[in-house]
Design a protein around this ligand. Structure first.
Ligand code: SAM
Length: 249
């Protein structure tokens, strides 16, 4: 069960710390450009000045720093101590170690709750994902927004491409292996250097936009807008990616 989470202990199976513990030491090197942080911050600007933003899965603060540099307040939450150890609070704002389905944030205080870069899918059961929507609604003020950036299920981890090459360098090769079971994808980034192999495991449960809308509806969040990306291009059904905005009602 995801609720039996074991923070900061050696991992023997998948839990809420798996992603962060797998990637913390290479996250900034490998994923600095995984998405456009400036565009995310500009998107937040569209809701007004001086927004109080709660970012779920804040990680090393890549997005939080960009959002904060535009004058917004960011309260970060992340389940991985290793990721938070790399976050500079002077640049990215305050951050707390917790899972995003149980937020250490008082009710009604946030203008925006943000979860970006498929991070919602790191919770791999329906109840825990639904709890994120319930928690987002609880911490949002009336009229506040829950913003979720996520890939669509059909586009990631295709069974036709279960092994891939992430990078080949002089002294390092990184391969990826994925296995799909319904909407749950289990993956390994396999880092090979001379004389050693390091496994970096991860698991996600993907949900398409209809499923996200159902969880939002049940939590008291109404769909406001949906875009194909941070540049606010309107969403169309073939888009591989969606930025959804629900309003707290
Ligand atoms: C892909 S990284 C994204 C980091 C940052 N938002 C960014 O865009 O660079 C996902 C982050 O979510 C965190 N995470 C995974 N599961 C979580 C959970 N259940 N609760 C809170 N954070 C979680 C990981 O530790 C990691 O820092």
């Amino acid at each position: 069960m995801e609720s039996d989470r074991r923070f900061n202990r050696p991992a023997t199976t998948f839990d809420v710390t798996t992603y962060g513990e797998s990637f913390a030491d290479v996250y900034d090197e490998w994923y600095d450009d995984v998405s456009d942080a400036a565009a995310t911050a500009a998107f937040i600007d569209g809701f007004g000045t001086n927004q109080r933003v709660v970012e779920l899965g804040v990680g090393t603060g890549r997005l939080a720093a960009a959002i904060r540099s535009r004058g917004h307040e960011v309260i970060g939450v992340d389940s991985s101590r290793a990721m938070l150890d790399r976050l500079d609070r002077n640049v990215a704002g305050d951050a707390t170690e917790s899972s995003m389905d149980a937020l250490p944030v008082r009710g009604g205080c946030a203008d925006i709750v943000l979860v970006a870069t498929n991070t919602l899918f790191n919770l791999t059961d329906t109840a825990a994902q639904s709890a994120v929507f319930t928690e987002a609604r609880r911490v949002l003020r009336l009229g506040g927004r829950f913003v979720v950036e996520a890939d669509r299920p059909a586009t990631t981890g295709s069974p036709r491409d279960p092994v891939g090459v992430r990078s080949v360098e002089f002294d390092r090769v990184v391969l990826t292996a994925t296995q799909r079971d319904g909407d749950v994808i289990t993956g390994q980034h396999i880092e090979i250097t001379d004389g050693s192999i390091r496994l970096r495991p991860w698991r996600i449960r993907m949900v398409d936009v209809d499923g996200l809308d159902q969880m939002a509806d049940a939590a008291g969040l109404r769909l406001g807008d949906r875009f194909s990306g941070w540049n606010r291009t309107p969403f169309s059904p073939d888009d591989p990616h969606a930025v959804s905005v629900w309003v707290a009602v």
